[in-house]
Ligand binder design. Structure first.
Ligand SMILES: Cc1cc2nc3c(=O)[nH]c(=O)nc-3n(C[C@H](O)[C@H](O)[C@H](O)COP(=O)(O)OP(=O)(O)OC[C@H]3O[C@@H](n4cnc5c(N)ncnc54)[C@H](O)[C@@H]3O)c2cc1C
Length: 409
């Protein structure tokens, strides 16, 4: 006996987590992914304590902790001088129970896919349209006997009705555009990013993010000796260098070690480049009718805090907990609670990520000197202050399924 029929659009981190959580909550789930495989885009992923707690709620946390390398936080100048080193990383583990960990993206996808029951996932199946259903007041139509209209989903493989639709179709979400046609959509955040895996390299590589004038280069070791590197720099939207590894060498080849050595050991085909986009305005709601937006579809953010996937996992944990106490007639009220819970929290994280992005893209020498001095002073004299700011983000706890319905925003 199932609670109702749920459709999840998109099998990225958010969609897989939602499909796993809703299945555990007793829903009959169909998960549609337009790609032919679950191959993730992006080499590795940092997960903060809040993301790990969300994974625990979905049952995938412990498997991933076994594979992870705890990261010690560090910020350096392009010369290599440390502005902040290590102690914050240890304090995070002491205070929140987990360090920030780094994993291959494929490991996260595999662990989540293993929690999705057989027969739920359909690959190579594009969702073409979603009719949200819902109550007459929400723009849907009341059905016979006072029941609210169900949602209707058209895919490349056929059509189906659903009591609940979770749209986890990513930053370019077609569902978001269809549900909120008046919304201005995405805008370019002003910088581009690169990601690559190099190595293995000899010796210990300390985790560090190095800041230049408007540019960033991050180095994070994986458990198998390889090193995940990410970089960011202002660029014209849509620009491409052709050979992106050569572009990285041009921008970062004279920075401190091990950056030049890591770049020398990389292959051009391993370098991914993506422009960063954000919403031009927050969405009025994360739900409409029987449809919830989740992950990047609802709240894309700049990657500076490493929270995009963590927030998608939180969304999935919350909607699964709410759905555990809901039957099809209660979906509209349940989704209103989902929006009330998730909208303020993710708006806070989006704002913090934006502030971090703004600070790292400063390029005027006085602003750069001010920023670097401030970081150095904070790390030396008030290391706890950095942690207090981020505590609201890392300290998140998932709702228990039974209390989810009563949870306050
Ligand atoms: C440079 C960079 C570094 C980052 N680093 C981190 C980090 O360290 N930690 C962190 O937490 N976050 C990080 N993020 C953010 C993180 O990658 C995203 O927030 C996260 O992957 C979003 O997951 P999602 O499931 O919402 O969307 P996606 O991963 O984009 O998944 C959407 C899925 O939907 C599918 N889809 C789309 N439309 C349809 C359709 N019509 N029908 C069927 N399927 C469809 C797509 O094929 C895709 O598989 C980073 C982002 C960037 C750009």
């Amino acid at each position: 006996m199932t609670r109702g029929r749920a459709v999840v659009v998109g099998a990225g981190i958010g969609g897989l987590a939602a499909a796993a959580g809703l299945s555990s909550a007793g829903w009959d789930v169909k998960l549609f992914e337009r790609a032919t495989t679950l191959e993730p885009v992006g080499a590795a992923l940092a997960l903060a304590p809040n993301g790990l707690r969300a994974l625990d709620a979905i049952g995938a946390g412990d498997r991933l902790r076994e594979l992870a390398v705890p990261q010690e936080l560090g910020i350096r100048r392009s010369s290599g001088r440390w502005l902040m080193r290590s102690s914050t990383g240890r304090m995070i583990a002491d205070r929140f129970g987990d360090s920030i960990i780094l994993l291959p993206r494929s490991a996260v996808i595999d662990a989540l896919a293993a929690r999705v029951p057989e027969g739920v996932l359909s690959l190579a199946t594009e969702v073409v349209s979603v009719e949200p259903g819902g109550t007459a007041g929400q723009g849907g139509t009341a059905g016979q006997g006072g029941q609210t209209a169900v949602a209707h989903v058209v895919t490349s493989a056929g059509e189906l009705d659903a009591d609940l639709v979770v749209a986890a179709d990513g930053i370019g979400s077609g569902t978001r555009a269809a549900l909120f046609p008046g919304h201005p959509g995405l805008r370019y955040a002003g910088f581009t990013t690169w990601r690559l895996l190099t190595g293995p390299v000899a010796g210990r590589v300390p985790m560090a993010e190095s800041w230049g004038r408007g540019t960033v280069f991050g180095v994070m070791p994986l458990s198998d000796g390889r090193v995940y590197c990410y970089a960011a720099a202002p660029a014209e939207p849509g620009a491409s260098a052709g050979d992106e590894l050569a572009e990285l060498v041009r921008l970062f080849g004279t920075w401190h070690e091990p950056i030049p050595t890591l770049l020398a050991g990389a292959r051009p085909r391993d370098v991914l480049r993506h422009d960063v986009a954000e919403l031009a305005a927050p969405l009025p709601s994360f739900d409409k009718g029987r449809v919830a937006l989740l992950g990047d579809a609802a709240h894309p953010m700049t990657p500076n805090l490493g929270q995009g996937a963590c927030q998608a996992l939180e969304d999935a944990a919350v909607i699964s907990a709410l759905a555990a106490g809901t039957d099809p007639d209660g979906v509209a009220a349940m989704l209103a609670r989902y929006t009330a819970d998730r909208q303020p929290r993710t708006a806070y994280v989006v704002r913090w990520s934006r502030r971090a992005a703004t600070m790292t893209t400063w390029s005027a020498p006085p602003a750069v000197a001010f920023r670097d001095t401030l970081m150095w002073l904070l790390a030396r004299f008030a290391p706890g202050a950095t942690l207090r700011g981020i505590g609201t983000i890392y300290g998140w706890e998932p709702p228990a399924p039974t209390e989810a319905g009563q949870r306050e925003a």
